[in-house]
Design a protein around this ligand. Structure first.
Ligand SMILES: Nc1ncnc2c1ncn2[C@@H]1O[C@H](COP(=O)(O)OP(=O)(O)OP(=O)(O)O)[C@@H](O)[C@H]1O
Length: 316
């Protein structure tokens, strides 16, 4: 297990090969200005880059996979929110799984929550560009969500079943673009008012009113559900919410901003590498802030790691 490794610079490999930046032109707010701030840094450092824009959902994955398989670029960079970054990671990992010697992956955060960027310490345009220029990479663990029909989605930060998956499934993209994080607050309130308590069964027979699988420790911005979760750790932290209903859900929502959620007695956390989850058919599953599947699913620690540009100060 290579722990928290920061590796020697692969950026030398990019000197003659450009960074290919996959941009979601609809992500987040103030995306143009944020992207320009990063690109200006790269240009000033003499780094070659070029941009390809997504046209629709799913494009980032297809583009990242094609780039990784073609092997002509020095690095694949996703510029967008966590959804676009998740798609690009899935594209890169699909290529890696099929044997392609994929270049390192990087990100420029342009989204609403930018949870992975926060976890990597690169949530400003300048720190994100500095991470690319530093050339240091880290091999991070990933979670994997699989369905009985063989579909598989990797996730870098978190996945969820239950209340948070409903919030993600219900959110209006136009509202998110206009009001940013406020759209999540609004959707949480709507889901809470419409709450129909459900129970989800885990493979070992235990159940939960909601379940969150954390790979990194940040959740929904800079909140925390599993403080011990760590991208270097070859495990996921499963947070099982044992109580349901409006009262318990209100308590969970109120505890989150104060950092108290992980410490509530009805929130049970454990380190796992595998868990299957069943529940009412058609129930949504979210990963990295987008709906990726419906129940039943199995979550595992992915056998592969992702090589990703990391902040120099992550050498802790
Ligand atoms: N050109 C596009 N047009 C419409 N949707 C797109 C496009 N490119 C990507 N998407 C989709 O938009 C969704 C949201 O994008 P993204 O995650 O990048 O930004 P965000 O939602 O503002 O940020 P965050 O996920 O951090 O909250 C993703 O599911 C992605 O697949």
């Amino acid at each position: 297990m290579d722990g928290s490794v920061l590796e020697a610079s692969p950026l030398s490999a990019t000197r003659n090969r450009p960074l290919r930046i996959i941009v979601n032109p609809t992500a987040g707010q103030a995306r143009g200005a944020r992207l320009k701030r990063s690109l200006d840094r790269l240009t000033a450092a003499g780094t070659q880059w070029d941009i390809v824009e997504t046209q629709a959902r799913g494009d980032a994955e297809a583009l990242a996979r094609a780039l990784a398989e073609a092997g002509e670029v020095g690095a694949i960079i996703a510029a967008g929110g966590d959804g676009t970054i998740n798609e690009a990671i899935n594209g890169v990992m699909a290529a890696q799984r099929h044997g392609a010697p994929v270049p390192p992956f990087g990100l420029l955060p342009l989204g609403t929550a930018n949870v992975l960027a926060g976890e990597l310490g690169i949530d400003t345009p300048e720190t994100a560009a500095a991470a690319l220029l530093s050339g240091q990479t880290r091999k991070i663990a990933l979670g994997l969500c699989e369905t009985p029909d063989g579909a598989r989605r990797y996730f870098s930060m978190m996945a969820g079943v239950g209340f948070d998956a409903h919030v993600v499934a219900g959110i209006d993209p136009a509202l998110k673009r206009r009001f940013g994080k406020g759209a999540y607050v609004w959707q949480t309130l709507k889901e809470w008012l419409a709450l129909k308590p459900a129970r989800y069964t885990l493979g070992d027979g235990r159940d939960a009113s909601s379940l969150i699988l954390a790979n990194g420790h940040f959740y929904a911005g800079r909140f925390t559900v599993a403080p011990e979760a760590n991208l270097d750790d070859p495990a996921l932290i499963a947070a099982r919410f044992t109580k349901g209903g409006r009262l318990a859900t209100a308590l969970y929502a109120a505890a989150l901003p104060f950092g108290l959620l992980p410490h509530l007695p009805s929130v049970k956390r454990e380190r796992i590498t595998h868990v299957s989850v069943n529940g009412p058919a058609g129930e949504p599953v979210q990963a990295d802030g987008d709906t990726i599947a419906t129940l039943p699913v199995t979550f595992t620690l992915a056998p592969e790691r992702l090589t990703i540009f990391a902040a120099p100060r992550a050498r802790a």
